[in-house]
Design a protein around this ligand. Structure first.
Ligand code: PLP
Length: 456
């Protein structure tokens, strides 16, 4: 079968010079007029086969790409000619899936990473170097909390954690002249706090820095943070996007809205010549794609963390049904949350779809069609009772995972967050008795029956 030669993405930044890299040129890749709805993008964005080509996105399972002369290859390395040459930098399968996620988020450029952790790390490291500072909400995934609280400081990047529900002035007080970004999660894992994205974007922009939002739990089906002022979105695609617990992966998408040149001194990595890349200045060469181009050309080149094309292929299959699965996750979770909130053996339930939940109003604003399938609750009797309850569940699986088709359950204080001290647990919104319940897409009646028998 003759396969189409996939052209890499090319940016023409001046009449003489052309650069290319693993970023997403939406015009070529989505081949849509920008008015398609999310369901159509889930199914079709990123790969538009032409006559006689595979209907399904092919897996380009190749580390490298062949050229005919040594001179051609040399020109690729000098960025004088376009072409895929090494999968760490760009791969057609990975690029097509990045294009789909970028389209779903409404961004201008995007990239895949090998994990959500890599996406969080790259999103910040792309802006910071030793001596810089980041402000982050404290209600974030435990792995991100460790990355920010322990690993980044070892690299000379300090992170101040703030309470996302604090008044604006209190959050603003955490900013310093060397602050380079504000970070938060649309829906915090596992505390399920809803981020007031507009408020956070306002504070970030007042201080001349971008707002980075981890949109893993909401997915673009339920919330598109760029529409509320966020500048960069990250994902652990491992969760709902993949949806079937097959592949660890991550993504970063740039809205293209943050004006790096307006704060040129604050972001020299983007605005000043890069000695490791022919003295190229990303903002000047790539305009709105500068952030993703730098993350690919510099961070991916030096640190790796590219997903395998096979994993990207599986992710793409998951994405094709994201718009169908999310409403089912939300409808099931709403039923489970309502059941739990009415049972007097249950001490508390956090789910922003419940009237009376602390985040109900923010949920209605940012997630009017539903938040996600994850809820958290505690049982009367505390930690021990919560653990006993989990052990008695039959349908819900105890797994270190969340947000896939199969209902699952976890006790963060004993599992994902066990490295955190009691004080840090409270900061991260993780009560010692908190059970994180990830409602799948089975029949809600069976999920509730399982909970009933375990409670009994
Ligand atoms: N962000 C959130 C909100 C998560 O829940 C997770 C993992 O659970 C991550 C990031 C890290 O993603 P990964 O496990 O794909 O590295």
């Amino acid at each position: 079968m003759k396969m189409r030669k996939i052209e890499p993405k090319i940016i023409v930044n001046s009449a003489e010079s052309r650069y290319f890299c693993g970023f997403v040129d939406l015009k070529n890749r989505i081949d849509m007029d920008g008015k398609r709805k999310l369901g159509t993008l889930c199914v079709q964005a990123g790969w538009s086969p032409k006559k006689g080509e595979p209907r399904v996105l092919p897996i380009y399972q190749s580390t490298t790409f062949k050229y005919e002369t040594s001179e051609q290859m040399a020109r690729l390395f000098d960025l004088e000619e376009s072409g895929y040459f090494y999968t760490r930098l760009q791969n057609p399968t990975n690029d097509a899936v990045a294009a789909k996620i970028t389209a779903l988020e409404g961004g201008v450029a995007g990239m895949l990473t090998s994990s959500g952790q890599a996406a969080s790390f790259f999103s910040v490291l792309n802006l910071c170097s030793a001596g810089d500072h980041v402000v982050s909400t404290s209600a974030i995934y435990g792995g991100t909390y460790n990355l920010f609280g322990v690993t980044l400081p070892k690299m000379g990047i300090e992170v101040t954690f703030i309470d996302q529900d604090a008044p604006q002035e209190e959050i603003a007080a955490a900013f310093r002249p060397n602050t380079k970004a504000l970070f938060g999660e649309t829906l915090a894992n596992p505390g399920l706090a809803v981020l007031d994205i507009e408020k956070m974007a306002h504070i970030a922009h007042q201080h001349g820095v971008p707002l980075i939002v981890d949109n893993t739990f909401a997915t673009p089906i339920n919330c598109r943070p760029f529409e509320w002022g966020a500048d960069i979105v990250t994902h652990s695609t491992t969760k709902y996007m993949d949806g079937h617990a097959t592949s660890v992966g991550g993504a970063i998408v740039d809205s293209g809205n943050f004006d790096w040149e307006a704060y040129a001194d604050k972001f020299p990595g983007l605005t000043q010549p890069d000695p490791s890349y022919h003295g190229l200045a990303y903002t000047k060469a790539f305009g709105k794609q500068a952030y993703i181009m730098k993350a690919t050309a510099q961070l991916m080149r030096d640190l790796g963390s590219i997903p395998s094309p096979h994993n990207a292929f599986l992710l793409n299959i998951g994405l094709e049904t994201l718009h169908l699965r999310m409403p089912r996750h939300c409808a099931n979770a709403q039923k489970v949350a309502e059941f739990l909130s009415q049972d007097d053996r249950v001490a508390w339930v956090h789910y922003c779809g419940l009237k009376g939940d602390k985040y109900y109003d923010l949920g209605q604003k940012y997630l009017p069609n539903g938040s996600c399938g994850v809820l958290s609750f505690g049982l009367k009797g505390g930690r021990e009772v919560s653990i006993r309850f989990m052990d008695r569940l039959k349908l819900a699986a105890i797994v270190t995972h969340v947000a896939d088709a199969c209902t699952s359950v976890l006790h963060p204080a004993s599992h994902t967050h066990r490295q955190l001290s009691d004080e840090q647990l409270i900061e991260a919104g993780v009560a010692p008795d908190l059970i994180r319940f990830s409602v799948g897409i089975e029949d809600a009646e069976d999920i509730i029956a399982d909970i009933q028998q375990a409670l009994a």
